[in-house]
Design a protein around this ligand. Structure first.
Ligand code: GN1
Ligand code: MG
Length: 372
């Protein structure tokens, strides 16, 4: 990356100004993200997001971009129809100078750009009001895309949230033991095995047609919601790379996994890791306020369980990557993936202990929404 000619790269996009500088934004475990500043006519400076798509993870970047284009067009029309601000309330891709949604650099990397949403930021840690608003934003996202034909989207990472497949991948990684680490992680492997039957619950219901396939975000972390600095309201949901057909349950669950946890995703002091039921309540209230009437009874029944399911799934993904020698997720220290897996599994345990309370919270929040 040292020898990058940023000015040249920026020149490939319709930024309509003179390149000033570029700054890395360190977020995410997959893509590389930068903020580019340009000076436009009249001396006004504007920022854009520039991202290199990880094409090992997303093996077909053009399909990723087609999905994002289609979904943002749909959202844009909805925002306009509702009298909102389409420049802020959805991701706005910036096309290349030849009118495409991505640029392939000489070294074979895929780049894409979007307008920077100013006066807003993302948060890694939730507070009650913030998390309520995030719940509304993800509920709204689902609702606005309820009439989008999910089957026209590409499945850019096949079986992304198929917990059964993630379980099988883990067992495969244990067998291969590519990095010679399986011997050290027996308790974690046993933890995953003990919950094998959970892995099939949602995928089986989808296969039987009992849970609908929807347009889903598939990476509903709190830090994928832009929050307005002025109002504290959620403006829009970003990071649309994994928008695909899927189950709303995984979206709801993943948001809870990340945002309602009492500790970061990679906390090493496991005594700090658990689910904060008040935060869970806030998110559920926000989500159901926006999307409660769109969800089916089968989905509502599994909301609380879905939080545990996706946490279990991600724990298995981290553990699998650890066994494979850290080939998928970016790591920042030697046993990072194992630490992440342990924190996820600890969170699973805490959710199991509190599952009755979580289910009661979902019922209460739903009743409250129904009574308006
Ligand atoms: C990855 O890169 P990031 O942080 O947006 C991963 C998600 C995980 C998440 C865990 C394509 O997302 O599935 O939940 O890390 N994305 C992909 O933090 O695998
Ligand atoms: Mg992501």
């Amino acid at each position: 990356m040292q020898q990058m000619d940023w000015e040249k790269l920026a020149g490939k996009f319709q930024f309509q100004g003179r390149f000033v500088d570029v700054e890395p934004i360190t977020l995410g475990h997959i893509n590389d993200t930068y903020a580019v500043t340009v000076e436009q006519e009249g001396g006004q400076r504007r920022r854009f997001i520039l991202q290199r798509i990880n094409h090992h993870v997303f093996q077909n970047p053009p399909q990723v971009m087609e999905n994002i284009e289609a979904v943002t067009q749909h959202l844009r029309a909805k925002v306009i129809a509702a009298g909102g601000d389409p420049e802020r309330e959805t991701v706005n891709l910036v096309p290349t100078v030849d009118g495409r949604s991505y640029h392939v650099s000489d070294d074979g990397n895929y780049w894409r750009a979007a307008k920077f949403i100013e006066g807003a930021r993302t948060y890694d840690e939730a507070t009650g009001p913030l998390f309520y608003n995030a719940g509304k934003a993800f509920g709204q996202f689902m609702r606005l895309l309820d009439d989008f034909p999910a089957d026209t989207l590409h499945e850019t990472i096949p079986q992304f949230h198929d917990t059964r497949k993630r379980y099988n991948d883990l067992m495969e990684a244990v067998k291969r033991d590519a990095a010679g680490r399986a011997g050290q992680v027996q308790p974690e492997i046993e933890f995953a095995k003990a919950r094998e039957k959970d892995a099939s619950v949602v995928v089986d219901l989808i296969a039987e047609g009992k849970i609908p396939l929807r347009v889903t975000h598939n990476d509903t972390k709190l830090n994928n919601v832009m929050i307005c600095d002025r109002t504290g309201e959620a403006i829009c949901v970003v990071d649309l790379d994994t928008v695909m057909p899927g189950s709303a349950l995984y979206d709801f669950g993943d948001a809870v996994r990340f945002g309602a946890s009492t500790a970061p995703e990679d906390e090493t002091d496991l005594s700090k890791v658990g689910i904060d039921l008040e935060l869970f309540r806030k998110f559920t209230e926000g989500y159901l306020a926006a999307a409660g009437d769109v969800l089916t009874p089968a989905e509502l029944d599994l909301l609380a369980f879905s939080a545990k399911l996706i946490t279990y799934e991600l724990g298995m993904r981290f553990l699998t990557d650890y066994l494979n020698g850290d080939v998928y997720f970016k790591i920042h220290r030697p046993h990072h993936n194992l630490e992440r897996a342990r924190a996820q599994f600890r969170l699973v345990e805490d959710m199991e202990a509190k599952m009755d309370q979580m289910e009661a919270i979902v019922r209460e929040a739903y009743e409250a929404v129904k009574q308006g």
